[in-house]
Write a protein that binds this ligand. Structure first.
Ligand code: SAM
Length: 335
């Protein structure tokens, strides 16, 4: 029988983000900078079979939403095959993927056919030179082609993740907001989070939610709407007669920990119940214990997942004195 996962604070944990690789084809200044990343080797990374085993136990326990992420999920071989296998698991109501969009034009059709429901595309600038500066790759046109292809083949909703950074792309907030007037795109302005950087580096780039929202409101009245973000932590807004929507992900200014429904599986098999906490449960160790049978593995995974939910903190510790800024980047944890 399908369960339901409720944590100590009454939150329903129904969402698992699965990082399928820590590798990425981009070198974004705030996420995967060339200088200090040591990638995991193939043996350290969960196989698709192992990922499927974990997902099945999670679904039995009450997870209904799965998002594939990374690193860049589209750089891992046979990702379409993984999507296809996941889409056949009974109990998964929502199967989505977060990508930087560079390979999306090539993959979009096959991903849709394989059963992927939704796509989030990360894009922080609409300017070619700035894109090169942020990602160290001349690929803006590829991402735009990927977005157009996804629109063409009918992915809905298509969400565009924009991490807002002072002196880098703050001046493009209005341009991104304007896109929603003409295109059925859902622009999500994300506050730059203190992950994988020093406190000074973070403070230098951070733009708070209210400032981001003010830029958008200079274009017109933003009306609160209820659509696909129903039941999630995020409120959506829309300009009158706009085709798309706008939302603000503000983990620093307006934390939504009280509504957080997430677990995160890292590419090397650790289950984290809070993005901002280094506490985690090692599931790979259980999966690779050759001395026990499948039922024992299943039960042990179940107990460990329940434990991860049990230790999910009430709220994130960012901005507390003992918060560790530079532990890992988003690419390593799984964004
Ligand atoms: N490669 C995929 C992509 O680019 O969407 C998935 C992984 S990426 C780590 C997921 C998301 O995390 C991206 O939207 C990225 O911009 C965001 N991200 C990474 N570091 C961040 C930070 N410090 N603050 C806010 N968002 C961040």
């Amino acid at each position: 029988m399908k369960g339901i996962l409720i944590d100590r604070f009454g939150r329903n944990i129904n969402y698992l983000r699965v990082s399928i690789t820590d590798r990425c084809n981009l070198r974004c200044i705030y996420c995967n900078p060339e200088a200090n990343i040591i990638y995991k080797n193939q043996q350290q990374i969960l196989t698709y079979e192992e990922i499927l085993k974990i997902v099945k136990v999670c679904v039995d326990l009450g997870i209904t939403k799965i998002r594939l992420t990374g690193g860049e999920p589209l750089v891992r071989k046979d990702v379409v095959c993984l999507v296809s296998l996941l889409s056949k698991i009974k109990g998964i109501e929502d199967l989505s993927l977060t990508t930087n969009g560079v390979f999306l034009e090539a993959y979009a059709k096959d991903l849709k056919k394989a059963g992927l429901k939704r796509i989030n595309i990360s894009l922080d600038t609409l300017d070619r030179e700035k894109y090169k500066f942020i990602t160290k790759f001349d690929g803006l046109h590829k991402v735009l082609n990927g977005i157009n292809k996804s629109l063409e083949i009918g992915f809905y909703p298509i969400k565009i993740n924009v991490v807002v950074m002072k002196n880098i792309n703050e001046d493009e907030i209005i341009e991104f907001a304007k896109l929603t007037l003409k295109e059925p795109l859902h622009i999500r302005f994300i506050e730059y989070m203190p992950i994988g950087c020093t406190k000074d580096e973070w403070e230098e780039k951070f733009v708070p939610y209210n400032k981001i929202k003010n830029y958008c409101q200079s274009l017109g009245v933003l009306k609160e709407i209820k659509i696909f973000d129903n039941n999630t932590a995020i409120t959506s807004y829309q300009f009158e007669n706009a085709k798309g929507t706008i939302s603000f992900i503000s983990p620093v200014s307006k934390p939504f920990c009280d509504r957080c429904s997430r677990l995160r599986l890292t590419s090397d098999g650790n289950l984290r119940s809070c993005l901002f906490s280094s506490q985690m449960v090692d599931l790979k160790k259980i999966l690779r214990n050759n001395n026990v049978n499948n039922q024992v593995v299943y039960n042990a995974l179940k107990q460990s997942i329940i434990h991860a939910v049990k230790i999910k903190p009430k709220e994130s510790q960012i901005l507390c004195n003992n918060y560790i800024y530079k532990e890992l980047t988003m690419c390593q944890i799984g964004g």
